[in-house]
Write a protein that binds this ligand. Structure first.
Ligand SMILES: Cc1cc2nc3c(=O)[nH]c(=O)nc-3n(C[C@H](O)[C@H](O)[C@H](O)COP(=O)(O)O)c2cc1C
Length: 165
């Protein structure tokens, strides 16, 4: 079997924006961990969010979230959104990213592709289940990630408009 897209590089190399909230009150952050698959018969996307992120608060408050992917020229912007918190900068007015309502959530005009997700499950990574070397390298402060599995309700592609899953 051959995979036609660089599935494993999608989050890790390309990065994405995780956005939660509504068009009048939202926050987003850069993510490079995530996965796509199937859960309980639904197409599903999983993201991992530390409790310290402002985005975590928005993930808790909202039923929907989006995962959006960008062309290479937005990497610098993604770098900023991945190093500064919405507590310290006005992320809703980020230069070069025009917010766009999709369903009950938000993405940006510039996204090549957006997954609109409805929360299906929230979990917490437990230390007992993580290899010791990874606990050491990734969690010196013990701030294990929460994770959210979302049902992928729709896939929006910029060139094609709405592409129902
Ligand atoms: C390339 C990259 C990938 C990241 N991936 C994640 C991730 O998967 N999960 C996470 O909790 N934080 C991740 N971060 C860190 C958050 O994006 C960063 O802490 C951000 O400032 C949080 O913003 P907020 O407080 O406005 O939510 C990543 C940062 C970068 C630069």
């Amino acid at each position: 079997m051959e995979l036609s897209a660089d599935i494993f590089g999608l989050f890790d190399k390309k990065w994405a924006l995780l956005t939660a909230g509504n068009i009048g009150d939202f926050n987003m952050m850069t993510i490079s961990w995530g996965s796509l698959g199937t859960l309980w018969g639904h197409p599903a996307a999983t993201v991992y969010v530390r409790e310290s992120r402002l985005t975590h608060r928005y993930m808790e408050k909202n039923e929907y979230f989006t995962i959006s992917f960008y062309p290479e020229e937005k990497r610098k912007t993604l770098g900023i959104l991945g190093s500064k918190s919405g507590r310290d900068i006005d992320k809703m007015h980020t230069p070069g990213l025009k917010p766009k309502k999709i369903g009950s959530s938000v993405t940006f005009e510039e996204a090549e592709c957006t997954l609109l997700c409805k929360k299906l499950y929230k979990g917490h990574l437990e230390e007992a289940g993580i290899p010791g070397n990874i606990v050491k390298s990734h969690y010196p402060e013990g701030d294990f990630h929460d994770f959210y599995v979302g049902e992928v309700i729709e896939v929006y592609k910029r060139s094609e408009g709405v592409d129902e899953k």
